[in-house]
Design a protein around this ligand. Structure first.
Ligand code: 13P
Ligand code: SF4
Length: 334
């Protein structure tokens, strides 16, 4: 039976297959069985739900996930993250099937950079090289010289001679942070991530008064007023490393709360306190990452759908800056 035919028409509109499974199905075991049967690999970001991370082959930050995609010999990649991550996999592995459990898992930061507007902005500065954060659509990458992630942005910016004018998009907060630490004056696109924008200095200071011994871990997509309070600013992977290696045993975590799962796995004896967003609540979550569920993963593997596709007209231009990023990162040992 062609399982694609069985499921596609019903779920096509939604962009995900959330079909109920028989009671008692062990979803994790079934997902692993399908991976074995179909030679599929599961890549998951640290911001996804704990049970998604637990069933994945590799859990990583955006840089590690791109590096893993580039080197896998699996026939199918199930990308448990958001759409631009699936696009990155597809661009690096055009012959493979790249599945995303939910095509609606977009990214507010990528969406804050409409490709035509970004292309028009870039055209106004023909002497500038263009650096784009990986959180962008393939069409934005197609007008980019080098892609960066939060794990290599500083080093890649520093690899350009100081006299080379640069454009950085789309995250104004990451761009401002890189400008501050490198002394560059890159032109910044005015985009942001709605999750990281919600953190405030007030909330961090409030918790710091209650836990004065705590180290403050901040993702550079946060606003400058928050970054300035950090003991460590870094990608999810860098924050995880710092938390595990630091002698401190209490941390205020100023990023998406999915990361707490891996923090606690690596250092179960330590205390990780999620900083709530300015408007309150327990912690800060990315609704797009939370669209990835075990049931959608299972159905995606079973039906080999939904698959991420990239317009062939832009694929070649879009993959070039990703490959450049991987080359520079490999050269720098990142
Ligand atoms: P990193 O994975 O580079 O830490 O970035 C976080 C992010 O926003 C992913 O969407
Ligand atoms: Fe995009 Fe922000 Fe969600 Fe990361 S946390 S996927 S940048 S919306």
């Amino acid at each position: 039976m062609d399982k694609n035919k069985e499921v596609k028409p019903e779920w096509l509109e939604k962009g995900f297959a959330d079909e109920p499974v028989p009671a008692g199905t062990d979803l994790k075991a079934e997902i692993r069985r399908l991976c074995q049967e179909k030679n599929a690999v599961i890549l998951a970001h640290y911001y996804t739900e704990a049970d998604v991370q637990d069933v994945a082959d590799i859990v990583g930050d955006s840089l590690a996930l791109a590096q893993q995609a580039a080197r896998t010999d699996a026939d199918i990649i199930l990308m448990c993250g958001v759409h631009f991550m699936g696009e990155t996999c597809k661009l690096l592995c055009p012959a493979k099937k790249v599945l995303l459990p939910d095509l609606g898992a977009t990214c507010s930061l990528a969406e804050s950079c409409p490709p035509e507007e970004f292309a028009a902005f870039v055209r106004r500065y023909p002497d500038h090289k263009v650096i784009s954060y990986v959180n962008t659509s393939a069409a934005t990458k197609a007008v980019t010289d080098v892609v960066v992630t939060s794990g290599n942005a500083r080093q890649i910016v520093e690899s350009f001679p100081p006299s080379q004018p640069l454009i950085f998009g789309p995250d104004r907060n990451l761009g401002a942070y890189i400008n501050a630490v490198t002394g560059r004056q890159m032109l910044l696109w005015d985009g942001a991530c709605h999750v990281h924008e919600r953190f405030s200095a007030r909330r961090v200071e409030e918790l710091k008064r209650r836990f004065p011994e705590a180290k403050v871990l901040v993702h550079p997509e946060c606003r400058g007023e928050v970054v300035r309070l950090a003991d460590k600013v870094g990608s999810t992977a860098a924050l995880l490393r710092y938390a595990a290696e630091s002698e401190a045993d209490t941390f205020l975590v100023v990023t998406e709360s999915g990361i707490l799962h891996e923090m606690l796995r690596r250092a179960p004896q330590k205390k990780f306190i999620p900083v709530p967003p300015e408007e309150g609540g327990a912690c800060n979550e990315c609704g797009y990452m939370r669209l990835v569920t075990l049931r959608k993963m299972y159905n995606a593997l079973r039906c080999e759908w939904p698959a991420v596709e990239v317009d062939p007209a832009i694929a070649e231009a879009a993959v070039r800056p990703i490959r450049r990023m991987l080359e520079i990162s490999a050269r720098l040992g990142l």
